[in-house]
Design a protein around this ligand. Structure first.
Ligand SMILES: [Zn+2]
Length: 314
């Protein structure tokens, strides 16, 4: 198992323990989590078409009576068919959050805060007609500012527009597993996906344990987590297995709105570059040394390579 480097200074630990709070945080021993899903799209994939993929994900959530948070990148669903997809999620009661219009990389030095604000407004226009639109913003790539000025101004934009940050606490690389699975199916439509399922579930359990451990070290309690996954073929096939595995680990699903009520989501960690998992950011702001980026396809390369069929000689 890959473990990130995690070094506490005793001063940082003491600062953590002694941190005064105006009101005591609600103490909960339950390991709670909510599904937060990014980037619904209309792209064609092997095995399942758009409607079947979307229906499978919605059925997985409905089977658990779970109300998730869907973070919508406007350009991917800015069409009649896209509006229908958003309507299905809204009708099922899932909160629709804003994930910008064009999914631009905020840490690009060429991207300004003015452009960031325009992206937010343009993305909002796609989602606002839907009943469960919620003013919660998830930064593309979880990148919240590479300079203090951009980070702080982006936070001001969110407040001015009435938004809160749609943070992730359990970050993961489901997108890397999905990319490899899709590529494999294009090459070999009948490929056995059982090894993919096992590797993906193990990855998600490993990341959940890691970030929950980090949260318990930081706060002396487990928090209401937000799990990051994407609206993908991978999750149309295996999200149910992930949720079952996390349940077996002792995590209980709570609706996304309930998870976001945890006071941790009001934190404004002082880190640069800003973003990624909120618990990782808070840990870094208190002196923890963590790998950066927190999650990346490179970290999963050996796991994903091991899923490839042996080269057929010649
Ligand atoms: Zn995204």
């Amino acid at each position: 198992m890959r473990r990130r480097v995690f070094l506490w200074s005793s001063a940082a630990l003491a600062a953590c323990a002694a941190r005064p709070t105006s009101a005591p945080a609600p103490v909960s021993r339950a390991r709670r989590f909510a599904v937060t899903m990014d980037d619904p799209s209309l792209v064609e994939t092997p095995r399942l078409d758009v409607a079947a993929r979307d229906a499978a994900i919605l059925a997985t959530l409905a089977a658990r009576r779970h109300l998730a948070a869907l973070f919508v990148c406007g350009k991917r669903v800015d069409s009649e068919e896209g509006a229908k997809l958003l309507h299905r999620w809204s009708a099922a009661g899932h909160a629709l959050g804003n994930h910008s219009y064009a999914h631009r990389y905020f840490h690009d030095p060429a991207m300004t805060v003015v452009e960031f604000a325009a992206e937010l407004k343009k993305g909002e226009a796609v989602i606002r007609p839907h009943r469960t639109f919620t003013r919660r913003f998830r930064f593309p790539f979880l990148k919240e500012g590479d300079t203090k000025e951009k980070r702080d101004l982006a936070r001001e934009v969110l407040v001015a527009q009435g938004y809160t940050n749609g943070h992730v606490t359990i970050d993961a690389s489901d997108w890397a597993f999905d990319a490899r699975l899709t590529k494999r199916l294009r090459r070999e439509p009948a490929a056995d996906l059982a090894p993919f399922r096992a590797a993906y579930v193990a990855h998600m359990v490993d990341r959940a344990r890691h970030y929950d451990g980090l949260a318990r070290d930081l706060f002396g309690r487990t928090i209401a987590h937000t799990l990051l996954v994407h609206h993908s073929l991978l999750n149309a096939l295996f999200l149910g297995d992930v949720l079952q595995a996390l349940t077996n680990e002792g995590f209980t699903l709570v609706n996304a709105d309930e998870a976001y009520a945890d006071p941790i989501y009001r934190s404004l960690p002082d880190t640069l570059p800003a973003g990624e998992s909120l618990v990782a950011s808070i840990a870094r702001s208190k002196g923890a040394v963590l790998r950066y980026p927190g999650e990346d396809a490179d970290y999963e390369k050996s796991t994903l390579d091991a899923l490839e069929p042996p080269a057929s000689g010649g």
